[in-house]
Design a protein around this ligand. Sequence first.
Ligand SMILES: [Zn+2]
Ligand SMILES: [Zn+2]
Length: 585
Amino acid sequence: MKNNLETLRHSASHLLAAAVLDIFPEAKFAIGPATEDGFYYDFDLPRTLIPEDLPILEEKMRTLIKQNLPFERTEIESEKAKKLFQKAGQFYKVELIEDLEKTELVKKVSLYKTGSFVDLCAGPHVGKSGQIKPDAFKLLKIAGAYWRGSEKNKMLQRVYGLAFENKKDLEEYLERLEEARKRDHRKIGKELDLFTISEKVGPGLILWHPKLSLVRELLESWWRQLHRERGYEYIYTPHIGRAQLWETSGHLDFFRDSMYPSFKDTETEEEYFLKPMSCPFHVEIYKSRPRSYRELPIQWNELGTCYRYEKNGELHGMARPRGFTQDDAHIICTPEQLKDEYRKAIEFILDIYGAFSFKELKYYLSVRDPNNLGKYVGDSKVWETAESTIKEVLEEKGIKYEIEEGGAKFYGPALDIKILDAIGREWQCPTIQLDMNLPSKFGMAYIGPDGNEHVPIMLHRTIFGAMERFCAVLIEHYAGAFPVWLAPEQVWVLPIGEKHAEYARKIASSLLSQNIRVKVKDENETIGKKIREGEMQKIPYLLVVGDKEMESDLVATRERGKRDLGTMKTEEFIEKIKEEIKNKL
Ligand SMILES: [Zn+2]
Ligand SMILES: [Zn+2]
């Protein structure tokens, strides 16, 4: 059953099409579904739409709303419908009907008429156009879209709209959109000189500039240290592997579309692939010698750079790249150890996420589809134990979670954790996946206390997800204002005049000696301009130094977003900022 809002949104797309028909009687209509926040409609038009067309179309839609037109449904033979649309030159609709006849063997189709616009549509719709509030929708943008999403077909014009139940909901949504636009990591990435994607290098491949490289280095070394404290061992594995490896792992069967095409060893003709994930390499290390139950659990972590072929249209800056570094870990344990290891993995994730002031973590547990148990590999009993163990761990920790029935991969249940950023958007980052496929596919084993061979349990676990994506999340979450401990430049010292430059450099070197990242801004600019630049670059602390400060070893301190903190002794400032860095503020 479609919900009301979806029905309302889809109905608005009919009104948009009717408005377009009014301006362009020769318009050809493709499809017009509801979306997450509104609707769109694809048109084939005699001219390219311009943004100025949108308010005109909106006005026409409002007129149609005022007329309170009914959505009249008729059902006719599909043959007859084809003829009707053929005659009207609506060949996209003809193609859609032919498709319905072929794939769903329909003989009859339903048409909906609103004013003079007739559409092929299954519905449902609102009863009358007046149910759409004239001030609760908005046409948002125009984009190109291939007919049926294929580059081989004609490029159509897609008009996106928003539609809500009332004006207040629409306005709130527009505010959130505006806030998201301001925080877009691609925009901030340029403003703060953080990263580039170069057409020459290739789409989806990230070039990390020095400042963001430093943020990543800080995250990674913290991550490594926390792993070591928890008994993990760091390993390195290659970027490429033979076809044979990916055949055994099942990637060539199930994941090939997301892998870059192979290349050949020129001597042996052997086929190789870039790795889309590191797991099979870790398995091979495990298998390099016999293992005893005494060695388990094994915990290996790696920052593994992987490559996945994402479609061009799906790329999104650093949030959805083609080359990315996973903060990967594999935990290989006995079934008896599973509960403890799972609990520890969740606690680890919580420890790390505690440092970023995210609003909330949301937990989604993907389990099997109870009506389709046959599509999963592994012993059903092991699945049951695994699923109930994970639930027990979550419940014991008092964690609320949602169950996604049928969401599990074919090889095991997964716990996906979504984080809510500063403006309430969900981002999927950490995940723990239990794997019943790889250990048996690769013949992983350990000798148990009974002297027999057993198959271990394998957990895949990432905390950040990928360094690229996580940094994109951080940029958007903090709107570029990284907390002091992560800020690539923590302090700028700003001499007021030329004669204060040497004192400024002296302050900088005492900060540097305490590992504080500092820069002296001694360009020949007014102090006001330097302060503004520091604010734009979101520097946590600006230290202004002039005659007064120079005389008594003081710094006039400005904290980001809080204006003046007044003057203080240099050592006092050093103690303050060191404390903040230590506490990850
Ligand atoms: Zn419809
Ligand atoms: Zn893995």
